[in-house]
Design a protein around this ligand. Structure first.
Ligand code: 5U1
Length: 714
C-alpha cells in the first residue's frame, strides 16, 4: 500500500498523537541507524544526504514536541553522524532591514535634519525619537498566526533567512502562544547571551577540554544555529523584541506604544528604551547608555534612534536596505596593536587588486582578528587619493607593528603604524604592477585609486568572482549553486563552469559525461536533480536582474534597474549599447540622458558590451536563457512602472523628495523638466511653465490627489 496522509511517516509533526509519535521515533531510530551503518560501516550509502538529513530533522522535531518520548538510543544523541546540510530557508514576507550608522554627534544632528527636510518640517516643529540600546546579538523574526508561533527565521540576507523554529521554541523569552495578538504578527528582535551565562558556558566547555566561543555574540549565534534544538535548549539564550514585520492590524500609532504592546503580549523589550524630543536629548541619552554599558550584563554596540510616530515612519520609507526613519549610533571602535606578517593581494570581479593585511592574531573587542583591509596602494604608502599625507605620511611595511580597529561588523582596518618598533630590515612595500593570479599587467587609470588586472576573462580570479556575483542573491540566485560550489566547478576539468553560459549547459554536459556528477563529493542523485531543477528555474530571468548579474563595473542594482526600465528588452538594450559606441551619435546621447546614468556608468556598460570576448561570452549566455522584458522596479503591475514623470508646483500631502522616492520605488523615472519623453506631469498649486509646456505637448497631467489615486495611496 502506498503511503497516505494517514501514514504517520508522512504526517506533519504537529498532527501526531503521543502514540503515533513514539512509533515514529522508533521507526526513525531504525532507519537512521541503518543509514549510519551503510554510510560509515559499509562505506556504501543507501540513501541520499538530503534524505538522511530529512530523517534526522524529523526525529529532532518530534523529540522537541514530545521531549518525554525521547528514546535512550535517540539518534540525535549520537556523535559522529554526518552533519546535516543545514537549515531550510524562509523567505521573509517583509524584508528584514539593517540600519544606517552614525559615529559622531554631528551624524545624529544631520539624521534629524535629513528627516525634517524630507518631511518638510521646520526646525522648530516637535519631532520625537525613541532611543534604545543596540544589542550585539543575532536578529530573529518570529511569525505568529492566530497567536501561535509558527516560524522563526534568522535575518540571513534580509530577504531569505534560516528556519530555526524548533530552536527558537526553546528560548524562554520567546512566547509560543500569544493572547490578543493580531491574526498575523511578525515580531522581530535580537537573540543574545548574557555575560554571566557566556562565562559559565565557556567554563563548562573548558572543563570538558572543548574550545569555547570568542564572545557572547558568537555564542548566541552558534547556539541558535544548531541542527539539534536540544543543544539550543541547553544554552541560556535571551531575546529582546524591538520591531515587527507583517501585521494584520497595526500594533499602535507610535514606536513607544508598539513596544508597550509587544511587552503586554509577553515579549521582553529593553528597559533602557526612552523617548527623546530631539537630537540634544538623543545625544544625552547616548552618553547615559554608554556610561551604563559595562553594567548592563550583556553586550551592546550602540544606541538605535527611531522616529516615534509610525505614520511619519511610513512616509519616510526606505532606501535600498535601510530605513530613513532609524539610525544606529555606534560606540567608538575598538583598538589593538599587533604585527603585520604579510600583505596578500586579492583580485576581485572587476580586476581590482585589494591588499589584505595578514596579522599576528589579536583580540580586538572580544574578537580574534587575523586579517584586515589595507584599502589600496596609496593607503599603504601613507597618502590619500589626492596625494596628501595620511598618518603624517607614515607608510606600512611587512614586519611593522600596526594598530587594528574594528567597529561593529565591518571588516577590521589598520589605523596606524608604530615607526619606533619598525624592524631595521623592513622594506617599503612594492605594490604589484602585475596580477598575482594571471600575470597580466595591473594598471591604474588616472583618477582611480585602485590598480586593476587587465586580464579580463583570461584572469581566473576575475572569472570566478564574476561567476560568484552571477549566482548571488540579487542576480540569478540559483539554489544550491553558491560561492563554494562555483569554486569547485571552476576548478573541475571534467565538468567545468568557467563562464555563465556553462551553468545552463551543465545538465547536458553531465549527461554526455555519463551522469558522473552524482558520484562527486558532496553530491548524490537527489542533490544533482535539485541543482539541475534550480538552474532550469532560472532559465527565464527579468532584464534588470540579468544586467546586474553581468557584473559590469559601476552597474549596481539601481543602475541595472534604470537601464532595464529605459530599454525594456534585451534586444533593445544590446542594440543600443552597440550603437552607443559612437559617442557623438543619438544612442550615446539617449543613454547618458537617463536620469541617474552618468558618463562613468555609460562608458563602463558600453565598453563591456562591445568588447569582443566579453560580448561573445554574454551572447553564449543569452542563447541559453529567456530574458523577460522589464516590468518596473518593485511593483511590476504599477501603472507608473517604466514611465517618466515630472512633478511641479506645491505638493501638499507629501514633500517633493517623498513623491520622487515613491515614484522611483514603483519603477518610474522622475525627470526635472518636461519634454516629449514625459509620460505624466503631476502638478500642484502654483505650477507654471512646466504645466503650460505639458499642455502644449499633450502630456497627461494629474493633480496630487489624482497622482495618489493612480498609485493606490488614497
Ligand atoms: N534596538 C534595536 N536594534 N535594532 C536593530 N532596534 C533595532 N531596529 C532594527 C535593527 C536592525 O531595525 C529596524 C529597522 C527594524
Amino acid at each position: 500500500m502506498s503511503a497516505t496522509a494517514a501514514d504517520p511517516a508522512k504526517r506533519p509533526v504537529e498532527d501526531l498523537s503521543p502514540d503515533e509519535a513514539a512509533a515514529e521515533l522508533a521507526r526513525l531510530a531504525t532507519a537512521i541507524e541503518a543509514a549510519n551503518l551503510a554510510y560509515h560501516g559499509k562505506d556504501a550509502p543507501e540513501i541520499s544526504d538530503a534524505a538522511y538529513d530529512a530523517l534526522k530533522l524529523r526525529n529532532i522535531a518530534i523529540e522537541t514536541r514530545f521531549p518525554d518520548l525521547k528514546r535512550p538510543d535517540s539518534p540525535s544523541e549520537k556523535v559522529g553522524a554526518s552533519p546535516a546540510e543545514g537549515f531550510a530557508q524562509v523567505r521573509h514576507t517583509v524584508r528584514m532591514l539593517s540600519l544606517g550608522n552614525a559615529f559622531a554627534d554631528q551624524d545624529v544632528t544631520e539624521f534629524d535634519t535629513r528627516i525634517r527636510r524630507y518631511l518638510g518640517l521646520p526646525p522648530e516643529a516637535h519631532l520625537a525619537y525613541t532611543a534604545e540600546p543596540k544589542i550585539d546579538g543575532l536578529s530573529l523574526s518570529l511569525r505568529y498566526d492566530d497567536g501561535r508561533l509558527v516560524s522563526a527565521a534568522t535575518r540571513g540576507d534580509g530577504e531569505v533567512g534560516e528556519n530555526v523554529t524548533a530552536n527558537a521554541r526553546t528560548i524562554t523569552d520567546i512566547p509560543t502562544r500569544l493572547e490578543g495578538a493580531p491574526d498575523v504578527l511578525e515580531v522581530r528582535g535580537e537573540v543574545y547571551m548574557r555575560h554571566a551565562d557566556f562565562a559559565a558556558l565557556n567554563a563548562r566547555a573548558a572543563e570538558k577540554g572543548e574550545k569555547g566561543f570568542a564572545n557572547p555574540r558568537n555564542a548566541a549565534a552558534g547556539s541558535l544555529r544548531q541542527l539539534d534544538p536540544q543543544v539550543t535548549r541547553s544554552r541560556p539564550l535571551c531575546f529582546f523584541a524591538y520591531a515587527w514585520g507583517e501585521v494584520s492590524d497595526p500594533l499602535a500609532e507610535t514606536q513607544e506604544a508598539a513596544l508597550a504592546r509587544l511587552a503586554a503580549l509577553g515579549f521582553t523589550v529593553n528597559p533602557e528604551t526612552s523617548l527623546c524630543d530631539g537630537p540634544a536629548a538623543m545625544l544625552a541619552r547616548y552618553r547615559e547608555i554608554e556610561a551604563k554599558r559595562a553594567t548592563l550584563g550583556y553586550d551592546i554596540d550602540g544606541v538605535v534612534y527611531k522616529v516615534n510616530d509610525l505614520g511619519l515612519q511610513r512616509r519616510l520609507g526606505f532606501r535600498s536596505t535601510t530605513p530613513r526613519w532609524a539610525i544606529a549610533h555606534k560606540f567608538p571602535a575598538e583598538l589593538a596593536w599587533t604585527r603585520l606578517e604579510a600583505i596578500d593581494i586579492q583580485v576581485g570581479r572587476t580586476g581590482a587588486l585589494s591588499p589584505v593585511a595578514r596579522l599576528q592574531p589579536v583580540t580586538v573587542g572580544g574578537v580574534v582578528v587575523s586579517n584586515a583591509t589595507l584599502h589600496n596602494e596609496d593607503y599603504i604608502a601613507g597618502r590619500d587619493s589626492t596625494g596628501a599625507p595620511i598618518r603624517e605620511g607614515r607608510d606600512i611595511r611587512v614586519g611593522d607593528w600596526v594598530q587594528v580597529y574594528r567597529a561593529g561588523d565591518v571588516i577590521p582596518k589598520i589605523r596606524d603604524v608604530d615607526i619606533a618598533r619598525r624592524p631595521e630590515t623592513a622594506e617599503p612595500y612594492r605594490f604589484p604592477d602585475h596580477c598575482p593570479e594571471c600575470g597580466s599587467a595591473a594598471i591604474r587609470e588616472a583618477g582611480d585609486s585602485v590598480r586593476r588586472c587587465t586580464g579580463g576573462l583570461i584572469c581566473p580570479a576575475q572569472a570566478v568572482e564574476k561567476l560568484k556575483h552571477f549566482v548571488s542573491r540579487a542576480a540569478f540566485d540559483i539554489d544550491g549553486l553558491g560561492a563554494k560550489q562555483i569554486e569547485l566547478f571552476f576548478a573541475d576539468d571534467a565538468l567545468p563552469i568557467r563562464e555563465p553560459a556553462d551553468i545552463f549547459t551543465l545538465e547536458a554536459r553531465d549527461a554526455a559525461n555519463l551522469a558522473k556528477l552524482k558520484n562527486r563529493d558532496g553530491f548524490g542523485e537527489t542533490s544533482v536533480k535539485k541543482l539541475f531543477q534550480a538552474i532550469e528555474d532560472k532559465r527565464e530571468i527579468p532584464l534588470r536582474r540579468l544586467i546586474f548579474a553581468l557584473g559590469i563595473r559601476h552597474v549596481g542594482e539601481t543602475g541595472s534597474a534604470l537601464l532595464a526600465a529605459h530599454y525594456g528588452t534585451w534586444d533593445a538594450f544590446a542594440e543600443a549599447m552597440d550603437a552607443a559606441r559612437d559617442l557623438s551619435g543619438p544612442a550615446w546621447e539617449d543613454l547618458t540622458a537617463i536620469d541617474g546614468v552618468g558618463t562613468v556608468l555609460a562608458t563602463s556598460v558600453v565598453t563591456t558590451m562591445t568588447q569582443e570576448a566579453e560580448r561573445a561570452s554574454i551572447d553564449r549566455l543569452i542563447s541559453q536563457i529567456t530574458v523577460l522584458p522589464d516590468e518596473g522596479r518593485t511593483v511590476g503591475d504599477s501603472p507608473v512602472a517604466g514611465k517618466t514623470i515630472v512633478f511641479t508646483g506645491t505638493l501638499e500631502k507629501m514633500t517633493r523628495a517623498e513623491a520622487k522616492a515613491r515614484a522611483e520605488a514603483l519603477g518610474a523615472k522622475v525627470a526635472g523638466s518636461v519634454s516629449a519623453k514625459t509620460d505624466l506631469l503631476v502638478a500642484g498649486p502654483g505650477a507654471g511653465s512646466k504645466a503650460t509646456k505639458a499642455a502644449e505637448l499633450g502630456i497627461a497631467t494629474l493633480d496630487e490627489d489624482g497622482w495618489l489615486a493612480l498609485i493606490g495611496e488614497t
